[in-house]
Design a protein around this ligand. Structure first.
Ligand code: PDD
Length: 290
């Protein structure tokens, strides 16, 4: 594997980051995870737009303006050929003597690496996945894709210890999102997901899925989902750049609906995959979705 660090393409074991890096000391940085299929980045513009918003929110000047990101990411994919890959990219405020306030002088650290996207597999899709609910203990700006993920890490670990693939987070009696995914529920054919705001990450997959489902005539609502509705839902799905649309069939050990992936999920995944294919084969350029 070849990674990227501050202008160099090199094996990750050769990439050195200072222990004074503020990403390491404070979690002072932001990140993106961008999927690619057959060597082409999917919804790159939307991911770069969100990266720009995360950087602006933490007041870190964009270290690679003017198309630099796309160029670097495309070169990184060429260095790591393969079918389905996700690119992880992280920007921190750089290395400086430890002080909470911003350093007077520091240049941002930019790191990126490529990993295979684990296929959903017909077995997983056929059976769906198990989840647990946990209290959402995160901070008040979950819309920033911050690398400070301790609450998410602890929630996901709790899920792993229950042999569940994701922790679904609840705050004040309402669904927020998953530890590393957005959550959709289906009740009587109506699709609902938590509205955008500081309580959730504005998922790129979430936005793309809402768009394709609405284009297909499905009633989709961005509105608060009470815990009771989550527990009584006919279907629950997780979305993320690496999970696409994953059906949840167990919640806290109880079956969701009839305990099998539902028909609206099937429709959603089909529409999502068709739209993904179309958007990546439109005159060689990605269609814009956000
Ligand atoms: N996580 N919510 C949270 C908290 C997330 O971490 C993610 C993605 C999402 C889905 O966003 P998107 O559709 O843009 O991937 C929602 C990435 C994949 C990760 O941390 O690995």
């Amino acid at each position: 594997m070849i990674a990227y660090l501050n202008g160099a393409y090199l094996p990750p074991e050769k990439a050195c980051i200072s222990p004074l890096d503020r990403g390491f000391l404070f979690g002072d940085g932001v990140y993106e995870v961008i999927p690619s299929y057959d060597g082409k980045l999917f919804l790159l513009d939307a991911h770069l737009e969100r990266l720009g918003r995360s950087l602006a929110a933490i007041r870190l000047p964009d270290p690679m303006p003017d198309g630099g990101w796309a160029e670097m990411l495309e070169r990184l994919l060429q260095e790591n050929p393969g079918a389905d890959r996700s690119v992880y990219l992280q920007v921190t405020r750089g290395a400086a003597p430890r002080d909470h306030a911003f350093p007077g002088q520091a240049s941002a650290t930019v790191f990126a690496m490529v990993s295979p996207i684990a296929p959903q597999g017909s077995a997983v899709a056929g059976a769906g996945v198990g989840t647990i609910t946990v209290p959402d203990l995160r901070w008040g700006r979950c819309d920033i894709k911050s690398v400070a993920l301790l609450a998410n890490v602890l929630a996901r670990q709790q899920a792993a210890e229950c042999a569940a693939v994701e922790a679904i987070l609840l705050r004040d009696g309402l669904l927020t999102e998953g530890a590393a995914s957005n959550v959709f529920v289906v009740t009587d054919g109506v699709v609902r997901t938590t509205p955008l705001g500081p309580a959730i990450l504005p998922g790129i997959t979430r936005a793309f899925l809402l768009e394709v489902l609405r284009a297909g005539g499905r009633d989709c609502r961005e509105e608060p989902v009470p815990e009771a509705d989550l527990r009584a839902a006919d279907e629950i799905w997780l979305t993320s750049s690496t999970k696409e649309v994953l059906p949840v069939t167990r919640l806290d050990g109880q079956p969701v609906g009839d305990g099998r992936p539902g028909p609206v999920w099937r429709e959603a995944l089909d529409r999502y995959r068709q739209a993904r294919y179309r958007s990546m084969h439109v005159s060689g350029k990605e269609a814009t979705h956000d």
